[in-house]
Design a protein around this ligand. Sequence first.
Ligand code: ZN
Ligand code: ZN
Length: 346
Amino acid sequence: MNALVYHGPGRKSLEDRPKPALQEVTDAIIRISKTTICGTDLHILKGHVPTVAEGRVLGHEGIGFIEELGSAVSGYNVGDLVLISCITSCAKCDYCRRGMYSHCREGGWILGNTIDGTQAEYVRIPHASNSLHPIPVGADVESMVMLSDILPTGYECGVLNGCVKPGDTVAIVGAGPIGLAALLTAQFYAPASIFMIDPDDHRLAVARHLGATALVNGTSASAIEKVLAITQGQGVDVVIEAVGMPVTFDICQSIVAAGGHIANVGVHGESVVLRLQELWARNITITTRLVDTVTTPQLLKAVMAGHLMLGGLITHRFPLSEILRAYDTFGNAAKEQALKIIISNN
Ligand SMILES: [Zn+2]
Ligand SMILES: [Zn+2]
């Protein structure tokens, strides 16, 4: 089968690999229908994720048809169209029983990390009963790919951890796919305003279309100044960090209002400066989280009810045979005006 294989920092290739086989009775083999590339895959290719070994098939998002089922997998039949969660979970260990699937003793984020992933014709999914979700009849299948990772990530790590409430002022730093997913799901709670902060006007225009009430294009200092000016110096109740850089974290701690929340979503590769000398007396809550994907069934229902405009996140489409071109496009996201890229297998 065709698969996108990581060969160390800066090196990847599309190559012929053996089709995966069942290894445990709890496994399923999925024939991938659609997958996508994540910002995390670019981090891996820069060599920032040391757990990814050379020779690994990348990808942790996608949908597909069940090809084979282990004897202990329940609730699915061969041929079913399913959503693959980016987080694998056994549903039985102590972490899973607390809803922290991200730290499952036998799972967590392993797909396209410590085991072969979804950017291939077939993938083996361990603990399939809890790590797959049935796709409802009548669903827009392309949109379902947004539910593997970005939608639960924006919602759980950003909106839920940030405790967005009706009437809140919310700012989202970073209008990439994750920031936009937070923007869509923050609207479940009817905040009074949502500021979107990003240096890319195209992404800000998409954010406006998806519900942002104020757009802030500026460098760190000017973005802080603009948000404080609009809020009469008060700052905002919830700041969602959806980039993962020292400069973007600094914007968050500069614009959070007293009593507010900073919900970190971004993947950080280096230390940030925490200005605790300014924050200590301001009743600030700072949260971090790796997505658990415990909200995926809820988000599926919201999508099916028409409450989320997921189509607005998809900008490009490629066949699996052209995945290297898809990586080039996603890697030049600003120039190509790329958000999520759908990669189809046949
Ligand atoms: Zn991802
Ligand atoms: Zn577990």
